[in-house]
Design a protein around this ligand. Structure first.
Ligand code: COI
Length: 341
């Protein structure tokens, strides 16, 4: 069956499509990581008592491959994903995977599925590496067998609303992560906890939800799917990495672009709810969302429309610079882009 026929290539959105293949390696306590390699994309079987199903012992990554303006496929800061995968692994008691295995697995999976690359300006290939405990345990303890898996899918925009129109709500009913818990790891449980908070507000037309810090409800943490930045009087601010925040690779790239390309005053500092509501610009960052400008923000039944329009904003300059680096439209001053060879 040709799975590609069922894909709407002009309106991809952010969905998982069947592709040709996925990469698998398995870990056991005697042999360590044993590479199975590429297998046909499809369902996997798991013990009902596996730790991932029972206790959420699982982590993931997200990165993208782009068809660049030089007509070649490139990857972006992949070593950073490998490093973060391993820091997430150690937090979840999952055996670390050598960076070389991680990087080769990503490259091989993308290469084998290159015909799923969207046309230029229509999207990219999203890459999802996973690691999870597969052996059965009933007591709360780490598994003694693990699977590492990489799958890919063509994607377009994460948000359905276009640029400048994201309506967001700050919740004071739920937290995303406790400050000394697993918020800084890309642990699957951090995302399941956001499903109910978001489903309760999405029918009211909100595109995203922002969580307050669980130890200090006067400051913000991040959103369901992304980190957050504000701009006020040409100063760019994002919450510091203090435990409950994911160390986003796009977050870090934006900090560097803002500082080194635009010479902005850049601060990793707590953002109070008052500062958020008084910002000139607010935007989200992440591999999936890229740099996504906010149009309005609601807190305690008060809605504020952002003062500055997207055209002419700092958000736009940063977003376009990042995308142009990723697509090799401008010189990459940071050495972030790696051709797929
Ligand atoms: C990404 O940006 O790649 C992520 O992993 C966020 C995801 C929850 C959409």
């Amino acid at each position: 069956m040709n799975a590609k026929k069922n894909i709407d290539w002009d309106n991809l959105g952010f969905n998982a499509h069947n592709t040709r293949s996925m990469f698998i390696a398995n870990w056991d306590p005697i042999g360590g990581w044993n590479i199975k390699g590429l297998v046909p994309y499809g369902d996997i079987s798991l013990s009902p008592a596996s730790t991932v199903l029972n206790y959420g012992q699982g982590i993931f990554e997200g990165t993208k491959a782009y068809l660049s303006s030089k007509d070649r496929v490139v990857l972006f800061r992949l070593e950073e994903n490998a490093k973060r995968f391993n820091s997430s692994s150690s937090r979840l008691c999952i055996p670390e995977i050598p960076n070389e295995i991680f990087i080769n697995a990503v490259k091989n999976t993308v290469k084998d599925n290159l015909d799923y690359m969207p046309k230029k300006n229509k999207g990219s290939i999203y890459i999802r590496p996973l690691a999870f405990g597969v052996s059965p345990t009933l007591g709360v303890k780490p598994a003694d067998h693990y699977t590492f898996l990489v799958f890919v899918t063509p994607v377009g925009s994460y948000f359905k609303s276009g640029l400048d129109h994201l309506n967001v709500l700050v919740t004071n009913e739920y937290h995303r992560a406790a400050t000394k818990s697993i918020g800084s790891a890309k642990a699957i449980g951090n995302y399941s906890g956001t499903l109910l908070p978001f489903s309760e507000i999405s029918s009211a037309g909100y595109d995203e939800i922002i969580f307050l810090n669980s130890s200090n409800e006067g400051i913000i943490d991040e959103a369901r799917s992304a980190n957050i930045f504000i701009v006020k009087d040409e100063t760019l601010k994002t919450p510091p990495l203090k435990g409950s925040i994911l160390p986003g690779i796009t977050r870090d790239s934006v900090l560097k672009i803002a500082e080194e390309v635009f010479h902005l005053d850049v601060r990793e500092q707590d953002i109070t709810i008052e500062e958020l509501m008084d910002a000139d610009e607010i935007f989200f960052t992440g591999t999936a969302v890229v740099v996504a400008p906010v149009g309005s923000v609601c807190y305690n039944n008060k809605t504020v429309k952002l003062k500055k329009s997207y055209a002419g904003s700092i958000t736009k300059s940063i977003r376009e610079t990042l995308i142009d680096i990723q697509n090799e439209k401008i010189k990459d001053p940071f050495g972030w882009v790696m051709p797929l060879e």
